[in-house]
Design a protein around this ligand. Structure first.
Ligand code: ADP
Ligand code: GN1
Ligand code: MG
Length: 360
């Protein structure tokens, strides 16, 4: 940890950093909770440079978005003590490092809330919906043209399918035979891929500045007073559809089991949790939604779950180079939970649409 501590001291911290530990359950970056001599904590992250090729552009997005939110909250007299902010380096840059040592950024540690890593209660999931809904509203008016694509085609599901097919053709790790049934399952649903993109291209669904990775542990919740604290993990803030943000929250938070559950009997789609999130999220954003967005929210949940399952399977076929894995076949287990979730949502689509209407 000495290297980590030395790196932290290249940033404008209040007092010298004296301790560091690995932190959180993210699949992409390496996250550390670090502490200074006076007991104040920070979050240091080694940015996954294989995933985020343009670190400069990425950090421009994050500084832009965090400062925009901070200024807006300050101007409206809100408490900004739990705002997420980037701490600059000694020479006033938003990150430290290079190709050799890696790229690092430092955030203030947000004390007011926690990441929920298990299946949430209805109350918790409603609060997370309020949090992501407020975040979406907060970014209304953000200059979209200044946003860089930190991962081009991130939710372009047609492109994701092409990458999946490429992994199948190459079969570099000789894993194809084992996953024939899964591959067939995704082919049967190939028609899902273009549905939202077609609506975007025809102008029926607007592009907004969206988060694009709204999984439950990316919003910090105060579980004492049941208030959302702040949205984190802003790497993928880009132009996108609100269906992606709604959909990815539903994908992650309505699962009664774990994202990587080996026992699929634990995995089910909870309509009760779906309703809780709709109540929180739509309560915030419903007035700004277009008719086509409203009609497609439930499908957005199916699409994001389908896409994520396909990404896990693609990564499995490619030898697990993208998502962090902690055991054999981890990505395959993750893929299978997403498939089950899609099937259960397909069976519940009518009820899902009825719930959406109730909260619009
Ligand atoms: P990844 O992109 O790898 O998912 P995240 O930015 O989501 O990385 O961070 C990983 C975890 O670290 C989060 O799920 C959260 O629990 C914790 N975390 C990140 N930033 C902060 C922060 N500023 N304050 C408190 N906890 C944080
Ligand atoms: C990754 O970074 P994290 O763990 O919040 C991924 C998401 C996936 C998610 C699946 C940048 O999210 O797109 O939906 O794993 N983030 C990136 O758990 O690829
Ligand atoms: Mg995260």
């Amino acid at each position: 940890m000495e290297k980590i501590i030395n790196i932290c001291n290249q940033f404008q911290v209040d007092a010298p950093i004296v301790g560091a530990e690995r932190y959180g359950c993210g699949h992409i970056n390496d996250t550390y909770k670090v502490v200074d001599e006076k007991g104040k904590h920070y979050i240091l992250q080694r940015i996954n440079h294989k995933v985020f090729r343009d670190v400069e552009g990425l950090m421009q997005n994050i500084v832009g978005v965090t400062e925009y939110i901070f200024d807006k909250m300050l101007a409206s007299g809100q408490d900004v003590s739990d705002c997420l902010r980037v701490i600059k380096t000694l020479d006033n840059k938003s990150y430290y490092g290079n190709d050799e040592i890696g790229y690092y950024r430092l955030y203030n540690f947000v004390y007011g809330g926690i990441s929920i890593e298990t299946s949430p209660t209805k109350e918790q999931f409603e609060v997370s919906g309020i949090g992501f809904g407020k975040f979406q509203k907060m970014l209304d008016g953000y200059p979209a043209e200044t946003i860089k694509d930190s991962i081009p085609n991130f939710h372009n599901t047609v492109d994701r399918f092409a990458k999946f097919e490429n992994a199948i053709t190459k079969n570099s790790f000789d894993r194809l035979q084992e996953v024939e049934a899964e591959v067939k399952w995704f082919y049967q649903r190939k028609h899902y891929c273009s549905k939202v993109l077609d609506l975007i291209n025809s102008g029926d669904i607007p592009l907004r500045v969206t988060h694009n990775d709204t999984k439950l542990n990316n919003v910090l919740v105060n579980v004492d007073n049941m208030m959302p604290v702040t949205v984190i993990d802003l790497d993928t803030v880009m132009k996108g559809s609100i269906l992606y943000d709604f959909g990815d929250s539903i994908r992650s938070g309505t699962n009664t089991g774990k994202e990587d559950d080996k026992n699929l009997d634990n995995v089910d789609f909870s309509l009760e949790l779906y309703e809780a999130f709709c109540k929180g999220f739509l309560g915030e954003v419903k007035d700004s939604l277009t008719q086509k967005e409203k009609e497609n929210l439930s499908f957005g949940a199916i699409l994001m779950t389908f896409e994520c399952g396909m990404r896990f399977l693609t990564d499995y076929l490619e030898g697990d180079h993208y998502f962090k894995t902690h055991r054999e076949k981890h990505n395959l287990d993750r893929c299978r939970t997403q498939m089950k979730m899609v099937e259960r949502m397909e069976e519940n689509l009518e009820q899902m649409n009825t719930i959406v209407k109730k909260y619009l």
